[in-house]
Write a new protein. Structure first.
Length: 69
């Protein structure tokens, strides 16, 4: 299964020099949940998707791998 969100989240987190723990703290979720998202084991809900897009100043489409910034 191709999970663009998992790849994009991991990539943008690393580009922004954030650890999983730092991102989890910013989003008020567990480190385990960040790991699940990045490994494609779980998907986040719409509200969290918007929160992540806002945090990194990118579009939801970008996070889903649909288009560039």
């Amino acid at each position: 299964m191709n999970n663009n969100f998992a790849e994009q989240l991991s990539s943008i987190r690393i580009e922004n020099n954030l650890s999983r723990a730092q991102l989890a703290d910013k989003l008020n979720v567990s480190v385990r949940l960040i790991s699940y998202w990045e490994n494609g084991k779980r998907e986040c809900d719409f509200d969290m998707l918007i929160k992540i897009a806002d945090l990194f100043s990118v579009s939801v489409d970008y996070l889903l791998g649909r288009k560039e910034y």
